[in-house]
Write a protein that binds this ligand. Structure first.
Ligand SMILES: *[C@@H]1O[C@H](CO)[C@@H](O)[C@H](O)[C@H]1NC(C)=O
Ligand SMILES: *[C@@H]1O[C@H](CO)[C@@H](O)[C@H](O)[C@H]1NC(C)=O
Length: 494
């Protein structure tokens, strides 16, 4: 190779490694949450094609349940995944807030949009609202949120009909958010923390799964397959970090050994076995608990089984690990079974980056069988996933709407698919919207920053609205990505 050739290779390598504008992607990933807002929009709403919607949620029972987020491409407010997304946004601020720059303000606004709603959803003592909107009625229609005329039924869990997973996840979200707001708004932070404690106590004292008590209203939509023990521990771990009270630490220590009991269940005819250290997402919090607790307690002698299980989680992911339990596409994207695959790529990569910081603090490496893994490798794997999402993949396609040259144009999302209120002020009813879903035209409105379910395991992507498994964005794909992008924005050297 002559000098010119070597330089060219160098330029190409460097060009690939530095080709992403993480700052731009960060701004967009947060803006997406404005497109998912329910309720009365504020004057500083930037995603301006969206308007007020669902202004009477809860009114039929005399409780104000307006606000919060639609979870994905539909118009239901599912509080269980909404709370998880909020916890992840808050965790993103706690870990990477300093490198967010001016976007930290927007991230805190995105968190507050959820926490204001969760304060309402937990305002009636003895009840926690778990959902607003009849999912069957909603899913039958293709309607803009602004036009919605489907049943906005509120669903609650109670002492008699508990839902420990949804309640404890809301407690986790409130506790994590209380820390995110502590420097800038101590009063609000204190309000959130006080409520988090009450909601956690309710979740723990009245135990049960909302699967059993809300049945077909939550399953199969956001059925809790992994049991509620993980949310109780996750909630306790967040409350320990937020309060430093021994009560929560003792709760974690006392119950952590129950976590790894593998669970086999049959929910609505679907058999499931899990409860494992390798899982993390809106349903299962296991890997997140181990990594969060490792991070909070640092070099404590009481690290067993937490740190060993966190190590096992890392070994379940890395391509070179003998105990890998995920798949990778030829282009390098991580895959786990089930739909909306990019949720795994973002949530698991987030944990890798957080754990790499822990490894730095305690100055150690991980052994996956004979393979020695250092912290830089964790960052490298996480970065590979983020770069893939942003366009370093065989199709050269960004999976974030509005980012890069080529991105999804036909996402499965009612508001984005239908003409906006500005363009088309007349009401579009339930079935009149169907022609937009059936159409192969591009979406009418850009849901900037939305990351879709992603390509299939052969790295192909159909870009079709009907293919919701791949083309639907969700709040829990984006929330961990916010933290990752903030990290890579200021740590962009390979
Ligand atoms: C953490 O523990 C390891 C092994 O016991 C030790 O080598 C390291 O210095 C400790 N780190 C800190 C920050 O205390
Ligand atoms: C993606 O980009 C690379 C580098 O510019 C190019 O070689 C390749 O042909 C592109 N692939 C597709 C599917 O456009």
């Amino acid at each position: 190779m002559n000098l010119i050739q070597s330089l060219l290779v160098l330029v190409m390598v460097v060009g690939v490694a530095y080709s992403h504008d993480y700052g731009d992607a960060l701004s967009k990933s947060i803006l997406f949450f404005e497109g998912q807002r329910s309720g009365r929009l504020p004057p500083n709403q930037r995603m301006s094609w969206r308007k007020d919607s669902a202004l009477h949620d809860g009114f039929q029972i005399g409780v104000d349940l307006t606000g919060g987020y639609y979870d994905a491409g539909d118009n239901v407010k599912f509080n269980f995944p909404m709370a998880f997304s909020t916890t992840m946004l808050a965790w993103s601020v706690l870990e990477f807030g300093k490198t967010m720059g001016s976007e930290q303000k927007h991230t805190l606004e995105a968190i507050r949009w959820a926490t204001d709603y969760f304060l309402k959803a937990t305002s009636v003592p003895g009840f926690v609202f778990a959902q607003v909107g009849d999912p069957y009625s909603d899913h039958k229609c293709w309607e803009r949120p602004e036009d919605m005329d489907t049943d906005r039924t509120p669903y609650a869990v109670s002492k008699q009909f508990p839902g420990s997973e949804v309640s404890a996840e809301i407690a986790a979200a409130l506790a994590a958010s209380s820390m995110a707001f502590r420097p800038s708004d101590p009063g609000y932070s204190a309000t959130l923390l006080k409520r988090a404690k009450i909601v956690f106590e309710f979740a723990d004292k009245y135990r049960g799964s909302y699967n059993d008590n809300l049945g077909p209203w939550v399953c199969p939509f956001y059925c809790d397959f992994s049991g509620y023990e993980d949310e109780l521990l996750w909630g306790a771990a967040w409350l320990f970090w937020a309060t430093k009270e021994n009560y929560y630490w003792n709760y974690v220590v006392k119950n952590i050994n129950n976590l790894e009991n593998s669970i086999t269940k049959n929910v609505n005819g679907v058999s499931y076995s899990g409860g494992s250290f390798a899982e993390f997402g809106w349903d299962s919090k296991h890997a997140g608990i181990n990594i969060l607790v490792s991070r909070i307690m640092k070099n404590s002698s009481r690290s067993d089984p937490i740190v060993p299980n966190a190590d096992k989680f890392v070994c379940s992911l890395l391509p070179e690990s003998p105990t890998k339990s995920v798949s990778y596409s030829p282009g390098g994207l991580l895959f786990k079974p089930g739909g909306s695959n990019l949720q795994h790529a973002t949530a698991l990569s987030f944990l890798l980056v957080v754990y790499s910081r822990y490894l730095k603090q305690v100055d150690r490496v991980i052994h996956c069988g004979d393979v020695v893994v250092n912290r830089a490798r964790l960052i490298q794997v996480a970065r590979g996933q983020v770069d893939y999402i942003l366009g370093s993949n065989p199709l050269n396609m960004s999976y974030m709407v509005g980012y890069g040259k080529m991105f999804p144009q036909r996402i499965h999302h009612r508001g984005s698919s239908l003409p906006s209120i500005d363009e088309h002020p007349q009401h579009i009813d339930c079935k009149s919207g169907s022609s937009y879903l059936d159409s192969s035209d591009r979406n009418q409105n850009l849901l900037t920053g939305a990351v879709v379910g992603g390509p299939d395991i052969k790295d192909s992507y159909a870009d079709s609205q009907a293919d919701f498994v791949h083309s639907e964005p969700t709040t829990y794909i984006n929330a961990p990505l916010v933290g990752l992008l903030a990290y890579f924005k200021s740590n962009s050297s390979p």
